[in-house]
Ligand binder design. Structure first.
Ligand code: ADP
Length: 604
């Protein structure tokens, strides 16, 4: 071994010791790759030390000395172990193996066994003036092992050819490239032993390419993420509680102003004010519902509740809702659906209604004149019993700028703000539409030309229940109050103002109304007399509506229909209250039309 080679080894040792100090002083994550790297780093430091000690000891003690024999054997074993470690590293990064798996354990045992054999096998040392070589069976076995390692590494590389640019593969690529150069150099000048220098370079490259994130930063990031999540949850909870709280006073506002609209002893101007209050309250209610929806979507609390429905009826009812929104504007509303639209479909019809209504209301809001085309097409697949609905809402409104299209579905984002100032909205509608559609496995897309109009399309798959169109139930719009005269109704609500609202809404029916402010009082009343119907608030102190209902059901022979009354407008509430034992559920503010439907169902 020449003095140039040993100088290189000393320099490499110095360099690797520095890397070792830097590597050990930093807190590292416990990854398999890093474990292997640290072992290979230590192994190379040991190899370099053996190499340097060997150089001096051969010069001082001569080749026949036992110590030098021992050093030469250690040297051969070092090469074997280094090759094994590097191959193992390449296998790990190629196949993402677990460090503790069986293959790792077996190869560890084989490695040490072969290492021991190599150490014990005969070895011969040759030396001349400037260099020392080892040969014999031990060295030959080592060569065979190295060949096997190279074949395994090449196999790993070929198997993962697509990921060759992965930075973890750089040491292997350098190993192949630089290894070839070093073999050629060694061939030209056999006295120059560069192997350890070459291995040190590989270790140095490994140090820079191995995945070694800074633990301190990871911890800080995790902490920041946790705090952001907490803050987001607090915001969601706040929005949801606030919306819930707003619904209760809103119930009183809508209830009383509707009563004013119906009064005959008021002048037209007062009635007009009352109508405006109703309209403004309904807008407020829509906003609150939107906030409730988005907070539920964010908290992953939105569930899909499939129900059977008649799509013709559903889409017709949506048209009825949107036409008043168009108002006096010179807009022609066109509604068409394909002839082969199935008679009965199954899906989350409440969400479907909400999605389509959002698009229709937007078209009505953002179009001043021209046309709104509401069209439903479908592709029915009888083998899978599914119908793919294509619902499109096309308008000749203001349109959307190209650069705004991406922002369209972001929550709280309203575009074209300066033109929007006169149109109320929160920027939540389309965000909700997109989330709900995707939750049901569908897609929304939009085409728009600024100044000419927009087309929103929904693609949604629904289950086909029947192709037959069921007889449509024409719903009574005209309320016949006289049919209910004298029926006995018990209204339970802890809020006096809400009781007053309910009494006022029920007044035209000429019921015999008993109002109580707690579940306990309700129980007492129900035991004293028989009612035809009970309207029960849910959120009450001491005994809530559900507990009161359970107690009522314990009364022998009790079979009065009980309707839940709640400010809880959450999806699935229907199921929630029905499974709790209520016969129906009405959300506050009480919708007169729905109330009449329920009263008709249970009292007529
Ligand atoms: P909002 O209507 O409450 O503002 P949306 O999420 O429903 O919120 O809509 C976001 C924005 O997209 C609206 O502010 C409006 O500028 C634009 N937009 C939505 N629908 C249309 C449409 N049909 N034509 C033109 N602009 C639209």
């Amino acid at each position: 071994m020449g003095s140039f080679s040993v100088a290189l080894s000393i320099a490499s040792l110095f360099f690797l010791v520095i890397i070792f100090i830097v590597f050990s002083s930093k807190e590292n994550i416990k990854s398999v790759q890093l474990k292997i790297f640290s072992r290979m780093l230590i192994l190379t430091i040991i190899g370099l030390t053996i190499d340097i000690i060997g150089y001096f000891s051969f010069h001082i003690l001569g080749i026949d000395n036992v110590i030098n024999q021992f050093i030469s054997r250690l040297y051969i074993v070092f090469y074997f172990l280094w090759g094994l470690g590097f191959t193992y590293y390449i296998i790990l990064i190629s196949f993402n193996l677990d460090y503790g798996n069986k293959i790792a354990k077996i190869s560890k045992i084989i490695g040490w066994l072969v290492g021991l054999i190599i150490f014990c096998l005969p070895i011969k040392i040759y030396s001349d003036e400037t260099s020392i070589f080892t040969y014999g069976l031990s060295v030959n076995i080592n060569y065979i092992c190295s060949l096997i390692f190279i074949i395994i590494m090449l196999y790993c590389l070929i198997k993962n050819l697509k990921q060759i640019i992965k930075k973890e593969y750089i040491p292997l690529l350098v190993y192949i490239g630089l290894g070839t150069v070093f073999i050629i150099v060694q061939h030209i000048n056999p006295k120059l032993t560069l192997m350890l220098f070459f291995q040190s370079i590989i270790i140095f490259i490994m140090y820079h390419t191995i995945e070694n994130p800074d633990l301190k930063h990871i911890r800080e990031l995790n902490l920041a993420k946790e705090q952001a999540e907490k803050a987001n949850k607090a915001k969601t909870d706040f929005l949801s509680n606030m919306s819930h709280e707003i619904r209760t006073p809103l119930n009183a506002i809508v209830g009383f102003s509707e009563c004013l609209v119906d009064r005959n002893d008021l002048n037209e101007e007062t009635k007009g004010f009352a109508k405006d209050i109703v309209e403004a309250s309904n807008n407020l209610l829509e906003i609150v519902n939107g906030i409730l929806d988005i907070s539920k979507i964010e908290a992953n609390k939105m569930e899909i509740i499939p129900k059977e429905y008649n799509p013709r009826e559903v889409f017709n009812s949506l048209c009825k809702l949107v036409i008043p929104r168009i108002g006096e504007k010179p807009i022609e509303f066109k509604y068409t659906y394909s002839e082969d639209l199935p008679g009965v479909l199954k899906g989350d019809v409440a969400k479907l209604k909400q999605i389509v209504l959002n698009l229709l209301t937007n078209a009505a809001k953002y179009t001043d004149e021209g046309e709104i085309n509401f069209n439903i097409n479908c592709i029915n697949r009888m083998d899978t019993k599914t119908s793919l609905l294509y619902i499109s809402v096309k308008d000749t409104g203001r349109g959307i700028k190209k650069e705004d299209i991406d922002k369209l579905f972001n929550k709280f984002e309203r575009i074209d703000e300066d033109r929007n100032t006169t149109i109320e909205g929160t920027g939540l509608g389309l965000a909700i539409t997109k989330s709900l559609t995707e939750m049901m496995g569908g897609r929304v897309n939009v085409f728009s030309k600024y100044g000419e109009g927009s087309t929103f399309r929904i693609y949604l798959e629904q289950e086909i229940v029947s192709m037959e169109i069921p007889e449509s139930k024409t719903e009574e719009i005209e309320i016949d109050y006289s049919a209910f005269e004298g029926k006995k109704i018990l209204v339970v609500d802890d809020s006096k103002i809400n009781l007053k609202v309910a009494e006022n809404i029920l007044k035209p029916y000429k019921f015999d109304i008993v109002s109580v402010t707690s579940g306990m009082e309700a129980l007492e009343e129900a035991q004293k007399q028989t009612f035809d119907l009970i309207l029960m608030d849910i959120m009450m102190p001491k005994m809530n509506g559900i507990e009161a209902l359970n107690k009522l059901k314990e009364i022998p022979g009790f079979d009065v229909p009980v309707i839940a009354l709640t400010a809880d407008a959450i999806e699935g509430t229907d199921e929630k209250y029905k499974s709790a034992g209520f016969d129906e559920y009405l959300s506050k503010p009480i919708d007169r039309y729905l109330l009449n439907k329920v009263l008709t169902k249970f009292l007529k």
